[in-house]
Every structure is written in C-alpha cells, then in structure tokens.
Design a protein around this ligand. Structure first.
Ligand SMILES: Cc1cc2nc3c(=O)[nH]c(=O)nc-3n(C[C@H](O)[C@H](O)[C@H](O)COP(=O)(O)OP(=O)(O)OC[C@H]3O[C@@H](n4cnc5c(N)ncnc54)[C@H](O)[C@@H]3O)c2cc1C
Length: 290
C-alpha cells in the first residue's frame, strides 16, 4: 500500500495531474471511502491527488438553481440554514452519514463518485433530479445523476475527470422533501434501505401534482421508483394511496440479501418507508403553506 501523494493548489493543476495519471490515479476528498478501500487492498492507486487545497469546490449556491460543490462536507449540509425548510431531505440524508468525525470530512462528491448503492445523500439528490458537472482535459460536461452509477462502485465518470458540483432546480411552490433510513443502529450504520421523496401538491393541497421517489440499498445502484411515481400522480394522498405506492415501490426494487438483511426484509422496508416519507412531505407542505 504505497502511493505518491500530490496536493495541487488549483483546479487546472488537479485536472492536469488527473490526465497524467489516468487509471493509475485517484482523487482524494475526505478519504473516508478511498483510504478504507486502499487499506483493505480493494484499490491500489499509484498516485493519490488530494483536492484539499483546490479552491472553488466547496461552495453552496442557493440563488436560482441550488448547487453543492463536490467538496462540500455532510456537516456543511447539515448546518446550512437554507436547507432546513422544504429541502430538509438534504439535512436528513447528511446527518445520518457515519458519525460526527466522518461527516466533518466526508464530502458530497465522494459520496457520489464512490457509487455505493447505499449512499444516503445520493438518494436525496436523485429525488431532487440532480445533474452533475465534471471537468476533464476535454472541458466541462453535465451528466444526469440518474444513470451516473452503473454498478456498485462503478460510474460513467472518466478516470481523468473531476466532479466539480451537483446542481438541481429550485423547488416549485407547494413542494417539500423528506428522507428516511433504516439501519440496525442509529449512527455509524450503512443503510439497510433508505427512501427520499420530493412531493408537489396541487393548489388545493390535496392531490399529488408531481413526485419523485428514490430508493437506496435495494438495487445495484440508487434508483428511482418510477412506477410508484406514476401511480401517485393526480391522486389524493390518502393513507391507502401512499401505502399502495409503497407496495408498488417494493415490487420495482431489486434488493439482495446479505449479512445485514434479507432481500425480502429490504423490500418490506421500502413498502413501509415510502408512505412515511410521503406523509412527512405532506406535513411539511401544509405547515409551510398555511
Ligand atoms: C465509519 C464510516 C461510516 C460511513 N457511513 C456512511 C453512511 O452512513 N452513509 C453513507 O452514505 N456513507 C457512509 N460512509 C461512506 C463515506 O463516508 C461517504 O461515502 C462519503 O461521502 C465519501 O466522501 P469522501 O469525501 O470521504 O470521499 P473519498 O473517500 O475521498 O472518495 C471516494 C471516491 O470518490 C472519488 N472522488 C472523491 N471526490 C471526487 C471528485 N470531486 N471528483 C472525482 N472523484 C472524486 C475518490 O477518488 C474515491 O474513489 C461511511 C464511511 C465510514 C468510514
């Protein structure tokens, strides 16, 4: 486990190093995934390029579209005042990542590029229909988060590309978000299943006008529950309807069984968590609109 450590001080230098090392190099943000994988021998990069001293990757922008720089930590998300209202799912996703020490250094960019099916903040960003911006020797490109991860640990990002930010549109009126995670413990626990939703109600605050539901840890990548979304559109959000949406979401996920839970238990969790996140969204919309 030896590698050369590089500490570029500009984006341009970081990109040049990334281009020079290609598949032999890895960018390092908080290191909470990368260093664990290197220690376990799962990854063996010859060059590690730290993003610690690269300026411009840690901004949170909330004017117009919302944008999170790749090096924004989970702790920053947890404590950002602008996310305490309708965007509360971001806080709920960030505040359950690991423990305090992890959240102080672990970043949004690392959560996305690591591409774990159980990455909590990724599930929230999927419900928010986030788009990613990457920068490489060929310039900037925008990639939808949906489809960015193709298998556990695998993404469409090229080895010499740096993720710079994740952005999503400002929420429409009468919209709220929520996130719930099930694990065996309340902290330092990877999700057994997690669910995020972004819900917009109609003007009467009764029917679902628009909804996005994202699921984590129940498929090879974080996924949208599209059939459940389609079922909900235009319907009144009664308990019966949201329970049915949960049942539909449970049939479209593709969980595995492992040491932490069986596949069947994970699907049951989805059926339970979907109505609960929708109920939270409803409560939040009614509270903020009344
Ligand atoms: C004890 C512990 C508990 C954890 N609990 C949770 C949990 O509950 N929920 C959860 O979702 N995660 C959890 N994690 C995983 C981890 O903390 C998160 O995925 C975190 O967001 C990773 O961010 P990082 O900055 O540490 O990434 P790093 O480890 O620095 O990087 C991760 C990967 O992304 C790449 N990368 C990082 N930034 C960029 C960039 N800007 N451009 C291109 N590539 C980049 C790296 O090369 C590496 O492949 C836990 C980890 C530990 C050690």
């Amino acid at each position: 486990m030896t590698f050369d450590y590089h500490e570029p001080t500009s984006l341009r230098e970081a990109i040049e190093l990334g281009a020079r090392f290609g598949v032999d190099g890895r960018f390092l943000a908080g290191g909470t995934d990368l260093m664990v994988q290197i220690h376990r021998g799962r990854l063996n990069p010859r060059h590690v390029v730290s993003l610690q001293c690269v300026p411009g990757l840690d901004a949170i922008e909330v004017d117009g579209a919302i944008s999170l720089g790749a090096r924004v930590t989970h702790r920053r998300i947890e404590t950002t005042t602008d996310f305490q209202g309708a965007l509360r799912a971001l806080v709920e996703g960030a505040e359950v990542v690991g423990g305090h020490q992890v959240r102080n250094v672990a970043t949004v960019g690392g959560n996305i590029v690591n591409a774990s099916p159980a990455a909590d903040v990724v599930v929230v960003l999927l419900a928010l229909e986030a788009r990613l911006t990457s920068l490489g020797p060929a310039g900037e490109r925008t990639i939808a988060l949906d489809g960015f991860g193709t298998a556990p640990g695998v993404t469409v990002l090229r080895p010499n590309e740096l993720l710079t930010r994740a952005s999503f549109p400002r929420l429409a009126p009468r919209t709220a978000t929520a996130f719930l995670k099930a694990g065996r413990r309340r902290a330092m626990e990877i999700s057994i299943a997690c669910v995020a939703a972004r819900l917009t109600l109609d003007a009467a605050l009764e029917r679902c006008q628009d909804v996005r539901i994202a699921l984590g840890a129940v498929a090879p990548t974080a996924m949208r529950a599209r059939s459940a979304e389609r079922y909900l559109e235009g319907r009144p959000l009664t308990d019966e309807v949201t329970r049915e949406a949960g049942r539909i979401a449970a049939t479209e996920c593709r969980p595995i069984g492992d040491v932490r839970a069986s596949a069947r238990y994970r699907a049951l969790l989805v059926a339970t968590l979907v109505p609960r996140v929708l109920a939270r969204c409803l409560e939040r919309i009614r509270f903020h609109t009344s």
